[in-house]
Write a protein that binds this ligand. Structure first.
Ligand code: BG6
Length: 295
């Protein structure tokens, strides 16, 4: 990869599995890995802490395929694309090479901005002309910002999410707080639409719920790792909570059969009824901040 600007001292351009270019960030406050493929953060660890993110040992690292774990980016649709069986699940952003637009460093953080443009293979419904930017801030917290610009002549409707895989000791022992009273949809439980009563949410089976109109914050309490993961967000009113459990884990070829206890996805974005409609010439901004504190 050719860059026409120098990288700051804390950032190295390295080569990950299968030759995929990866930015490695190491500062006194934190370390992280960021692939140009998907603008995908696969690793973040604040100084003195356990890694925040889960990354499957069975993940593919291949052009055109998503990485399993870390923070895949969902855009411009969530799940399967209605009416387009050939469209890739969760959109094109996570399977494309992105351009590194800028890299800066201050005392508190390293800031990397990556860019993806719409093209003829983006499965657009209309001749969409969008630019997506992912700004990743590596400091004592992991902060990510998504900016979607519509520079077309018609409104652009899209969905987006940070599909974050958190690393937990055992999902059966964790408690997720912050979703009480929030309405959700799920294809795998009856009823398919409900309002969450329980607080905290605990996990004893496959879970796949999309919560709407929720501002957060959320916390994952993990007694095994003796920590509380904190999730704050803005401009991203959906939360998706997912763990594949036993059978689904076995069915996924890029996920180990025994890995499901060690991850919990708490995703943040704008999907379903929270989808974005961006006027011509307008932009949408979303931000999430993740960190862990001792329990
Ligand atoms: C979640 C969805 O966001 O992503 C699940 O709610 C899906 O239904 C999961 O199984 C993983 O998707 P993928 O495409 O990365 O295997």
């Amino acid at each position: 990869m050719d860059l026409n600007f120098p990288l700051p001292p804390s950032v190295t351009l390295a080569t990950g599995p299968n030759g995929l270019p990866r930015l490695e960030i190491a500062t006194p406050l934190a370390e992280a890995h960021l692939y140009l493929h998907g603008a995908h953060v696969t690793h973040y660890r604040a100084h003195g802490q356990e890694p925040l993110l889960f990354l499957s040992a069975r993940s593919r690292f291949e052009a055109g395929r998503p990485i399993r774990g870390g923070v895949p980016l969902v855009f411009p649709w969530f799940g399967a694309k209605a009416g387009d069986a050939a469209a890739p699940a969760h959109g094109v952003a996570r399977i494309r090479p992105w351009a590194l637009e800028s890299a800066q460093e201050s005392e508190d953080e390293v800031v990397l901005t990556l860019r993806l443009e719409a093209d003829a293979d983006s499965h657009n419904d209309t001749p969409a002309e969008w630019t997506l930017r992912h700004r990743v801030r590596i400091g004592s917290r992991l902060t990510m910002e998504l900016e979607v610009e519509n520079h077309g002549a018609t409104p652009f409707t899209c969905e987006e999410a940070w599909h974050t895989y958190f690393h937990v000791a055992d999902v059966r022992e964790v408690a997720l707080r912050g979703l009480q009273g929030v309405a959700y949809s799920t294809a795998i439980e009856e009823p398919h639409h409900a309002q969450q009563q329980e607080e905290p949410l605990r996990f004893s089976r496959e879970t796949d719920r999309v919560y709407h109109h929720t501002s957060g914050p959320y916390q994952i309490e993990d007694p095994g790792l003796k920590r509380r993961i904190c999730i704050e967000k803005s401009g991203a009113p959906s939360a998706i909570v997912w763990n594949p459990w036993v059978a689904k884990a076995r069915a996924m070829e890029d996920f180990g059969d025994d890995e499901w206890p060690h991850m919990l996805c708490v995703e943040t974005g704008s999907v379903g009824p929270d989808r974005l409609e961006i006027a011509p010439g307008a932009a949408h901004h979303a931000r999430t901040q993740l960190w862990a504190e001792a329990l």
